[in-house]
Design a binder for this molecule. Structure first.
Ligand SMILES: *Cc1c(COP(=O)(O)O)cnc(C)c1O
Length: 406
């Protein structure tokens, strides 16, 4: 039985057009890395780029680097990211800060632009930072948070949004792919519903960018944020990105008025005047060093193509589901993710009481999934760095360990 599955893994690897990309990553001693949705692996070329940057640009150009180009990186990298992964035309995306900080800046800008509306709609299963940031903004601004109770096995549905928004809704905030279940939200439909009520929409793309095709312009998204250290392989704490639809620029004003978002940063004049366009989303000195890997990662993603990445991602998660059904279901393990491909993001979550105790033995065996309370193991095989046999090997270890658990 398991031999047939191994044969299938081997066949899928042989037929995988993206297989050659795996050799581009820094080798790892892990047997099976299944946490690409939390921290992507580094590219070999990233190590070279960082070394070149330190010696050549930082060490060589010194302070002149700022005017040689660093000052524009937040915008030029934002445009490139927009073209490669976000379906966003130039001039609407910046790379900066962290997702948490950008969420604050964009959500505050949005609610302040709709001062006669007093509600923000969000869901109970969104990532903690999203919920906490909005709680803070609601307290600052005297707003009411309207919570949609989402099923943690699926995610937010358009009908729930329709029932929650009204003429008093300033903003709705959801994740494109739910961090727990992997539910892929219907962004265009939810936007249509929110816009019909006159609300703005803010999407968190952390778990979809680099894994699922995104069409921000086409879908009518107003605002979006995301990070670059998950499927974009930017490294721990790599900077985030923010998108602000062109028609809203100038109208929406983010609250952290730093010099880098000023119309003329180096005049150092009195009084803040926002820069035109997306530059106004910036606040302080951009994290240039931490943006270096993004050059290599976006080149790779452009070469592979997000559609091919998504196609492999669905085959990988199909395979995870098959292994789970065959090996793990008899051990009482449940799949708590959508099975339907059009509603499935890039990871699959498995649940069984006591999974928390398996994390350490899994890591000791070189198998690295991700644990999320309560009792959830997330299996997130990043398409560019993960093979089907690697998934097979990882879940085989999980099966053996789970089989031994009382
Ligand atoms: C990973 C993740 C974040 C992380 O935010 P940071 O500011 O980078 O810590 C936020 N939202 C979602 C949905 C995530 O998956």
């Amino acid at each position: 039985m398991s031999d047939a599955l191994l044969a299938r893994a081997t066949d899928l690897d042989a037929a995988d057009p993206l297989a050659p990309f795996r050799a581009r990553f820094v080798p790892t001693s892990a047997v099976s890395y299944l946490d690409g949705n939390s921290l992507g692996r580094p590219l070999r070329s990233t190590a070279e780029l960082i070394d070149d940057f330190v010696r050549g640009q930082w060490g060589g150009r010194l302070i002149r680097g700022w005017t040689d180009g660093w000052l524009d990186w937040p915008l030029t990298l934002g445009d490139r990211l927009g073209a490669v992964a976000l379906g966003a035309a130039a001039g609407q995306t910046v790379v900066a800060d962290s997702t948490t900080v950008l969420l604050y800046k964009l959500a505050r800008a949005a609610v302040d632009a709709r001062p006669d509306r007093r509600k923000v709609v969000l869901d109970t299963d969104n990532f903690p930072t999203d919920r906490y940031v909005l709680e803070g903004i609601a307290a600052e601004r005297g707003l009411t948070l309207v919570w949609i109770e989402t099923d943690p096995v699926t995610g937010v549905h358009p009908e729930q949004v329709a029932a929650a928004v009204d003429s008093d809704t300033a903003l709705v905030l959801f994740s494109h792919v739910a961090y727990r279940s992997g539910w892929l939200a219907d962004v265009p439909e939810i936007n249509r519903i929110a816009h019909a009520a006159g609300a703005l929409t803010l999407w968190d793309l952390c778990h979809s960018v680099g894994s699922v095709p995104i069409r921000l312009d086409e879908w009518g998204v107003d605002l979006a944020v995301g990070c670059s250290y998950k499927y974009l392989n930017g490294g721990p704490g790599a900077p985030a990105f923010a998108y602000l639809r062109r028609e809203l620029q100038g109208e929406l004003r983010q609250p952290i008025q730093g010099w880098m978002g000023h119309r003329a940063a180096f005049e150092m004049g009195p009084g803040y005047e926002a820069a035109p366009g997306a530059r106004a989303l910036l606040s302080g000195t951009p994290p240039i060093l931490a943006m270096v890997p993004m050059h290599a990662n976006l080149d790779m993603l452009a070469e592979a193509g997000i559609e091919a990445v998504r196609a492999k991602s669905l085959l990988l998660t199909d395979f995870v589901l098959d292994l789970a059904d065959e090996w793990l279901a008899p051990l009482g393990v449940e799949v708590v993710s959508p099975r339907e491909p059009r509603r499935r993001g890039g990871h699959v979550t498995l649940r069984r009481a006591g999974f928390e105790q398996l994390l350490e033995p899994l890591w000791d065996s070189g198998v690295i999934p991700d644990y999320r309370r309560p009792d959830g193991l997330r299996i997130g095989p990043a398409p560019l760095s993960t093979s089907f046999t690697e998934v097979y090997r990882g879940l085989a270890v999980l099966r053996d360990l789970a089989g031994k658990q009382p």
